[in-house]
Ligand binder design. Structure first.
Ligand code: DX5
Ligand code: ZN
Length: 218
């Protein structure tokens, strides 16, 4: 079995000091850094764009796991690639042509992820399983950190894992939203192998991020 990887979301970090936050996460054992990009249109919140990602790039060699919650996404993919993203995850609803966007991300030499909102069925991405590196399963409605995990999404994770095993596919199953120290084992058992977490990592155990990363992994 693949090792469980932790992708801390800097959305819950100190935005006045993101470079330092990223360094702290690296020292605490993070496997990658989850960057939530929101446009106030695809989701009801605004965060950061390519210039910030570019300026953060020099703080770590860890992969930047960039979650694009923006629409239309296609014309911005190159900017996020140039800024230093390593994994570029898009929502299928946010592009006119999923295949073209996947191809563009791959042509830029980046890993490609497709994200499923809570109400988006697996079927929408089934034709692309052979071409993608990961599926990001949203366990909250995207837009904000600190929301409550939607338990019924566990079935979707299990279904995805079943398809992955049956067809011997290679994509990672990453979960995002409301992951905490009570449900981490449940999502891992359901099939997730990358866990995104903001609030739990930055706030639990008085902000002991090293401890929280270790606890989430096990
Ligand atoms: C939600 C974002 C998540 C969020 C996770 O739209 O995609 O990555 O930052 O934060 P927590 O772990 O606080 O739910
Ligand atoms: Zn995210």
């Amino acid at each position: 079995m693949k090792k469980i990887q932790i992708s801390p979301s800097i959305l819950a970090g100190d935005f006045s000091n993101l470079g330092l936050e990223i360094k702290r996460l690296e020292q605490a054992g993070a496997d990658m850094i989850h960057v939530d990009v929101m446009d106030g249109h695809f989701v009801p919140n605004l965060t950061i764009g390519p210039p910030v990602i570019k300026s953060l790039r020099r703080y770590t060699d860890l992969p930047f796991d960039v979650h694009l919650m923006i629409s239309p996404v296609h014309k911005y993919i190159k900017n996020f690639s140039d800024a230093g993203s390593d994994i570029i995850t898009i929502h299928p609803e946010a592009t006119e042509n999923i295949k073209n966007s996947i191809n563009l991300i791959k042509s830029l030499g980046k890993k490609v992820g497709l994200s499923l909102n809570p109400d988006t069925p697996i079927d929408i991405i089934k034709n692309y399983f052979n071409e993608i590196d990961l599926v990001l399963v949203m366990t909250v409605y995207p837009g904000f950190g600190g929301q409550k995990f939607i338990t019924k999404i566990l079935d979707k994770i299990k279904d995805l894992k079943k398809i992955k095993d049956e067809k011997k596919l290679n994509f990672d199953i990453e979960v995002d939203g409301g992951i905490n120290l009570n449900n981490n084992n449940t999502v891992i058992k359901a099939g997730a192998n990358i866990l995104v977490s903001g609030t739990t990592i930055f706030k639990e155990n008085n902000g002991d991020i090293k401890k929280n990363i270790e606890l989430l992994r096990t």
